[in-house]
Design a protein around this ligand. Structure first.
Ligand code: SF4
Length: 316
């Protein structure tokens, strides 16, 4: 629906219509404790919206988000506060998500102090510990975010998230803005933290290559819908959905896959007016008549492997 800016533009006489976008449409996603789920798709596919709803920073207009079996939207008081603290989000642009007027010590240490996770007398050493855990030198804690590099700023964001002792971290394109060598360091840090702190991640990325070594399970989204879901090894060895195959062909170093599928043609359509039937049909090289009319259901094609493509019925 139109946001504040849209309504303001409308008041100024601009041609802005109030329309409903189904950014996330009938998605059923489970993340088990200790698991890393990679959520992949092009920009505009709804993955960030889904991540924000899961992290509780964007309300869902319908459906349920269950946290340890309890409906997140129905929780109140202490339980709601606890669920919110235990789910943290790490964003693509660490600079935009850090207050430029706050020193790093305060960025990292403010929330744990407010929520009683540390006391005034122990605060300094608590902040030092969180910074060290994220690979930062605590002697820099009096500095401001602009005095750090992009990779270090992302580490500040990670230290801030860790400081409230979360169970579950939603990483939204958390390495997309970083150089490749720094990306690898941050991905390794995420894996070390998973091992040391028993963390669970929903790792959102447009790049299958980034989630390959990180994820236990991969979920592929296209225009608000889940089109494929499987254990990571299965996705990379036997991708079923033509969209997943196209995404794989764009992972640069996988030469063999490039031969079988020549990238994705065209742009992702507007979610305001998605194509009928299978949303992917205007870009799919295998599309046939049924694809233009009927929405394919997400069906099991192998144990633990689901795909939403009419080709599977044809093959059967
Ligand atoms: Fe392509 Fe049809 Fe499968 Fe959609 S349902 S991915 S259009 S073959």
């Amino acid at each position: 629906k139109l946001d504040f800016a849209g309504k303001f533009a409308q008041k100024l006489g601009m041609n802005v219509r109030d329309e409903i976008v189904h950014a996330v449409d009938n998605v059923d996603l489970t993340v088990r404790k200790g698991e890393v789920v990679g959520l992949v798709g092009e920009s505009g596919c709804g993955k960030s919206t889904l991540g924000r709803m899961v992290a509780g920073i964007m309300p869902a207009s319908g459906g349920e988000i269950l946290w340890h079996g309890k409906n997140l939207t129905a929780l109140s008081g202490r339980e709601a506060k606890q669920a919110k603290l235990q789910t943290q989000m790490i964003f693509q642009d660490p600079y935009a998500s850090l207050n430029p007027r706050m020193r790093v010590a305060d960025i990292v240490g403010e929330a744990p102090l407010v929520h009683g996770l540390t006391k005034r007398g122990e605060w300094d050493s608590y902040v030092d510990g969180q910074m060290r855990r994220a690979g930062l030198d605590p002697s820099f804690k009096r500095r401001y975010p602009h005095q750090f590099s992009g990779g270090q700023r992302q580490r500040i964001g990670i230290a801030r998230a860790l400081a409230v002792q979360p169970e579950f971290i939603v990483c939204d394109e958390a390495v997309a803005a970083l150089d490749v060598s720094i990306q690898a360091q941050i991905l390794n840090l995420f894996m070390d933290l998973r091992r040391d702190l028993d963390l669970t991640y929903l790792f959102i990325s447009h790049d299958l290559g980034v989630v390959e070594h990180l994820s236990d399970r991969v979920v592929i989204m296209y225009l608000g819908r889940v089109v494929e879901e499987a254990p990571a090894e299965e996705i990379f060895a036997r991708a079923n959905h033509p969209y997943t195959q196209a995404l794989l062909s764009e992972v640069p170093r996988i030469e063999a896959r490039k031969k079988s599928f020549a990238g994705i043609k065209g742009e992702i359509p507007s979610p305001l007016n998605p194509p009928p039937g299978c949303h992917f049909h205007p870009r799919c090289p295998h599309a046939f008549e049924r694809c233009r009319i009927e929405r394919p259901a997400l069906k099991e094609v192998a144990p633990g492997h689901k795909s939403a493509c009419h080709l599977n019925d044809k093959a059967a």
